[in-house]
Ligand binder design. Structure first.
Ligand SMILES: Cc1cc2nc3c(=O)[nH]c(=O)nc-3n(C[C@H](O)[C@H](O)[C@H](O)COP(=O)(O)O)c2cc1C
Length: 191
């Protein structure tokens, strides 16, 4: 197992959500590359709507403490987003917003998906802005998954291995930045 820990973030709700297949796909790819997967799935945590950020809480909810520890331990983030009315799902934004320093100067990679042909790219572009503000620079490549209901299987594999092949460049790039920023963080952070 490599030294790198990758937190996989997901943020739709409900037992039958397609997001679970995308989460499993991402987890498979992370394991394939000998990185250690950590999971922060807003759909499991069912967090309250944010009224106070984590860092100012005196006695944080154990769920938030667990997510804080996951994000802190991670060297990078794979953030999975569906596209809801051309934006990102509310549970994902809600989870992201609780935290701040946990993300600092570690890269992120965006996987988007939708039931339509465009693979959630409009949601992905909004997520890119949010992640930039959180100081987890999103790598230039992203991975849109089109027609997710028929492209991915419940075990997270893709039909004909399409997305295993298509995702190579994305994960190569993410790994390169993760290693580069890990080395640079050893010298300190700008703030
Ligand atoms: C509230 C809502 C808004 C949606 N908006 C879009 C959209 O803007 N573009 C799109 O391609 N699909 C849209 N969809 C369809 C989703 O891509 C599809 O339902 C997908 O499976 C959602 O992910 P989930 O199953 O993990 O919740 C929307 C679905 C919902 C529930």
């Amino acid at each position: 197992m490599s030294v790198y820990k990758v937190a996989i973030l997901a943020g739709t709700m409900g037992e039958n959500r397609e997001g679970l297949k995308v989460l499993q796909f991402a987890k498979n790819q992370v394991i394939e590359r000998n990185w250690e997967p950590l999971i922060a799935d807003a759909g499991v945590y069912n967090l309250p709507m944010l009224s106070e950020v984590y860092r100012s809480m005196k006695d944080p909810d154990p769920r938030l403490k667990e997510i804080h520890e996951t994000l802190t331990a991670a060297d990078g983030f794979i953030v999975i987003t569906a596209e809801y009315n051309h934006g990102i799902p509310p549970a994902l934004k809600n989870m992201l917003d609780y935290f701040r320093n946990e993300y600092f100067f570690k890269p992120s990679g965006i996987i988007s998906y939708s039931s339509g042909p465009f693979g959630g790219v409009r949601g992905a572009e909004q997520l890119r802005l949010v992640l930039s503000e959180l100081r987890t620079p999103p790598v230039p490549s992203s991975l849109p998954v089109s027609r997710v209901h028929e492209s991915l299987l419940p075990d997270g594999s893709s039909v004909n291995g399409d997305y295993e092949r298509r995702s190579k460049k994305f994960f190569d790039e993410f790994g390169w930045y993760m290693e580069a920023l890990a080395e640079q963080r050893k010298k300190g952070k700008p703030y």
